[in-house]
Design a protein around this ligand. Structure first.
Ligand code: ATP
Length: 506
């Protein structure tokens, strides 16, 4: 058994070795927390985006798409609250000169105490065997109760101070808890400061005439400010949704874990406009609908869980995350938020333009409420990739690395392989390639032994390999090999297309 850290390292190096993900600006030693997608990565990423778009826009008659610009009027970010409140509290260690998020330091500390509780439970479970009653144990064991009390009191003090923006107290808390810098091991901390995560730049040519604008930290605001344009021109009736995918930028303080937390990333968001009072029903609906989307990819439900927020952002009246079990544990993959009329109301106020809906059934105007679903495309990429990666021992004793990607997401659907580079086999294979490439991303390969070519396609997740052999020339049949079972069946060339379509739809 390899541990999770090693497993994660294997995935990142596999992603690089097989052209999925490269460090940005690598020949200049890279740019921190920015990544490029290579020849296979771009296909996988496009396919995830298309799979989302199909489920959200194509399959919902009352959801339409949008592609708004990254640059927007700076007042939008004032209205949305990002200028004033899109902050993380940061703290530096004076010895290592490393920068940390104060909230992450405190949360890691609480997680360590939680681990101690888990260890106590584990020990007791061993000691008591079958008679062990975990619920009773955690409710009565003195040591566990003491740990639990510690976590609760840290949490309430920390969130209380954060809410009051009492940064001095957060520093005091870090000192009192004896939290040390993981690099220098020292407790020599600076003050805690708020750090705004938005990137800004100048629009306009002269410094005096230029205005400061922001790179959007989320795609959602582009939807809100176009709400009326789309509603009116599309004659949309509530409830309806607007979906958008696109780049977002956040100057993350601690950006690690590969493409999990990047400074430039892509979001897939949908804002669903509803009648006030109906938002919580729709919130439940979208929670279930989005989970259904994840499960439709064939990833087991045990890899997912909901995390309902008890501490809500000021604009939300309900919020939940869909968490995925990444190689480094369960972490947020998607957020579903009931945002009330906060955003439309704020834009109405700041722009002076009415953003209301005339409800013909009620014969009245109102500002709609909004339920949003927001997923990071790159995080979804990492979820899919880490779930798909497998190392297998084969019957003949050899090993293979295979990406068991859902066929619908795989970069190439089919590899077309002449068994040998002679006897007219390449020509026949090219004919097949020319037919199949009209419908699917196909890859033609004639170099190396067939076994080696199969391995290469296993490693990039190609679900089907079509092999052209001497019999193909006689009876117009080929073999089709399944990536996961490695079984081959012989089929007629003129049925190939239909067979592959059926397999991919499955
Ligand atoms: P986190 O708590 O992990 O920072 P968040 O709560 O700030 O995430 P949201 O603002 O709800 O995230 O953004 C919606 C989605 O966008 C997230 O669920 C995640 O998938 C994605 N996302 C957010 N920040 C990043 C990032 N820095 N890199 C990659 N994806 C991100």
């Amino acid at each position: 058994m390899i541990n999770q850290e090693e497993f994660f390292k294997k995935i990142t190096s596999h992603a690089k070795e097989y052209g999925f993900v490269f460090q940005s600006s690598e020949i200049y030693d890279g740019l921190s927390a920015v990544y490029d997608y290579g020849q296979n990565g771009v296909e996988l990423k496009n396919n995830i985006r298309a799979y989302w778009w199909k489920a959200m826009v194509q399959q919902h008659e009352n959801i339409v798409g949008l592609d708004s610009a990254i640059f927007m009027h700076p007042t939008i970010w004032k209205a949305s609250g990002h200028v004033d409140a899109f902050n993380d509290p940061l703290i530096d260690n004076k010895d290592s000169k490393k920068r940390y998020r104060a909230d992450v330091l405190v949360e890691d500390h609480m997680a360590k105490i939680e681990d101690k509780i888990a260890k106590e439970v584990e020990k007791a479970a061993k000691r008591f065997g079958e008679a062990f009653d975990e619920q009773q144990f955690v409710a009565t064991n003195a040591r566990v109760l003491e740990y639990r009390q510690q976590v609760d009191s840290i949490r309430s003090r920390f969130f209380g101070s954060l809410e009051k923006n009492d940064l001095d107290d957060i520093k005091k808390l870090i000192e009192e808890l004896g939290i040390v810098c993981p690099v220098s091991g020292s407790r020599n901390w600076t003050e805690v400061r708020q750090f705004n995560l938005m990137f800004s730049t100048q629009m306009g040519s002269t410094v005096e005439g230029a205005s400061e604008i922001f790179l959007r930290p989320e795609t959602a605001q582009g939807i809100f400010v176009n709400y009326l344009n789309v509603q009116k021109t599309g004659r949309m009736k509530i409830p309806f949704g607007i979906a958008q995918t696109g780049k977002a930028f956040r100057n993350e303080i601690v950006a690690r874990q590969f493409i999990f937390r990047m400074r430039e990333f892509e979001q897939m968001e949908m804002q669903f406009f509803v009648k006030p009072g109906e938002e919580l029903e729709w919130f439940e609906y979208w929670k279930q609908e989005r989970l259904r989307w994840h499960l439709s990819l064939g990833i087991p439900s045990a890899k997912y869980r909901f995390h309902d927020h008890d501490k809500l952002a000021h604009y939300a009246n309900a919020a939940a995350d869909i968490e995925f079990e990444f190689p480094f544990g369960f972490k947020e993959l998607e957020g579903i938020h009931s945002r009330t009329d906060f955003d439309l109301g704020a834009h109405q106020k700041y722009s002076g333009k009415k953003l209301q809906y005339f409800d013909p059934e009620l014969n009245e105007n109102y500002v709609p409420y909004v339920v949003e679903t927001s997923i990071g495309l790159d995080r979804m990429f990492l979820a899919v990739l880490s779930h798909a990666y497998a190392e297998e021992k084969l019957e003949d004793g050899s090993e293979r690395v295979v990406l068991k990607l859902p066929a619908v997401l795989a970069p190439y659907k089919v590899a077309v392989l002449p068994l040998m580079k002679k006897d007219g086999l390449p020509e026949k294979a090219r004919e097949i390639m020319d037919i199949l490439k009209q419908d699917f991303m196909c890859h033609y390969e004639e170099k190396d032994a067939i076994g080696k070519r199969y391995r290469r396609h296993d490693a990039i997740g190609t679900p089907y390999c079509v092999t052209v052999d001497h019999q193909s020339l006689e009876d117009n049949t080929v073999t089709i090999r399944d990536r996961d079972s490695m079984l081959q069946e012989r089929v007629a060339i003129d049925q190939l297309q239909g067979i592959i379509i059926a397999k991919i739809r499955k």
